[in-house]
Design a protein around this ligand. Structure first.
Ligand SMILES: NC(=O)c1ccc[n+]([C@@H]2O[C@H](COP(=O)([O-])OP(=O)(O)OC[C@H]3O[C@@H](n4cnc5c(N)ncnc54)[C@H](O)[C@@H]3O)[C@@H](O)[C@H]2O)c1
Length: 328
């Protein structure tokens, strides 16, 4: 049994806390959240106790923390937990500043604690099956990756304000997927963004619509497109093109059928948003974290994924600001 504390009882705290509580190898002991009502509601629901970060870290029984608090808190919580000898799962991004990410990863490495970052798309059964096909040589050498990622509606300005901007908050998932499928770190980044959806996002000097092109040293290319609004739901598509073929993932939908009649063919809408689309991925992700701890193995999707994706997000942010190609 792995004894776990969940830090943050918001959207992701509910998702990961629920998956941890359902895992037969987990004793979910604590929920930590300064908003007492949020902490109590989730703790009651999952059969855990409400406590402070200090108490959770001082408790020798606690072996792992799952950090689902807002991004600006991640650095302190990762480093405090690592120094206390706890295994760490943190939601993305590790931090919004690359130097702080490196500093956090050094503390984790020095403490020799298992560390995993919440890039749940890596655990999506469809994307994982595609990755296996790529590794088996089914499409030859990967040459181009195309990622389409559109949210159904924009987040509130309060979220945008602390998010680090679209490239670090939203496109970071797509950078991670692009790195994973390219199998090689891009060293050229060109990005551009616009405010086409919500003027409030523009007032915060962020974009709600963006595209980014990545190129690797051997010439592989990736194209990523983001929007903070899609009238038809959560749009998550992926295409990987290689020398011997192509793999393509269409949108998943809760009722996966199409209606054919004399007017045409209509397919059902995609999932509403990320909690529904990635429900399996989140469960597999936390199960992998726990299984790794039980087996005494380093979990997949560790510090390098956090660092590599943020380096691309920083470069894309700079490229959009300067309207120049950024070399890494
Ligand atoms: N992987 C994904 O699909 C995904 C999706 C959404 C958000 N995220 C990430 O998850 C993190 C949380 O996002 P969210 O959407 O759940 O936010 P949220 O605002 O819904 O929840 C955050 C919770 O943390 C609590 N909190 C604030 N300060 C705290 C502190 N000092 N200690 C403990 N708890 C504290 C808040 O009270 C709130 O309950 C962010 O880093 C975000 O980038 C990841």
């Amino acid at each position: 049994m792995i004894t776990v504390a969940v830090i943050g009882a918001g959207r992701m705290g509910k998702v990961h806390g629920g998956n941890a509580a359902r895992n037969p190898n987990v004793k979910l002991k604590y929920i930590v959240d300064p908003v007492a009502a949020a902490a109590q509601t989730l703790a009651k629901q999952l059969g855990a106790e409400v406590t402070s970060m200090e108490t959770a870290l001082a408790d020798k029984e606690v072996q792992a923390v799952i950090i689902t608090s807002p991004t600006p808190t991640h650095f302190d919580f990762i480093t405090q937990a690592a120094k206390a000898g706890k295994a760490v799962f943190t939601e993305k991004p590790v931090d919004l500043n690359l130097e702080r990410v490196n500093a956090a990863l050094k503390v984790v490495a020095d403490a020799k604690v298992p560390f995993m970052v919440g890039f749940q798309r890596r655990w999506d059964p469809t994307f994982r099956a595609m990755k296996k096909q790529v590794e088996a040589g089914a499409i030859g050498t990967v040459e181009m990756v195309r990622v389409t990622s559109r949210d159904p509606y924009p987040p509130p300005p309060s979220y945008v304000q602390g998010s680090g901007g679209l490239f670090r908050d939203m496109m970071i998932h797509d950078f991670d997927i692009a790195r994973w499928f390219l199998g090689e770190d891009p060293n050229e980044v060109f990005a551009t963004g616009s405010v086409l959806v919500d003027p409030e996002i523009g007032k915060l000097k962020d974009y709600d619509s963006a595209v980014c092109v990545l190129k690797t040293p051997s010439g592989k290319l990736a194209y990523i497109e983001n929007s903070r609004r899609a009238a038809y739901g959560y749009d998550q598509r992926l295409e990987v093109f290689g020398s011997k073929g192509c793999l393509q993932a269409a949108n998943a939908s809760p009722a996966n059928y199409s209606h054919w009649n004399e007017n045409g063919i209509v397919h059902t809408k995609p999932h509403a948003f990320f909690p529904e689309r990635y429900v399996e991925a989140y469960a597999i992700e936390i199960a992998h974290f726990i299984d790794s701890l039980v087996a005494g193995k380093a979990p997949e999707v560790g510090g390098e994924a956090g660092r590599g994706s943020l380096a691309l997000a920083d470069a894309a942010t700079k490229s959009a600001e300067t309207r120049q190609l950024v070399k890494l």
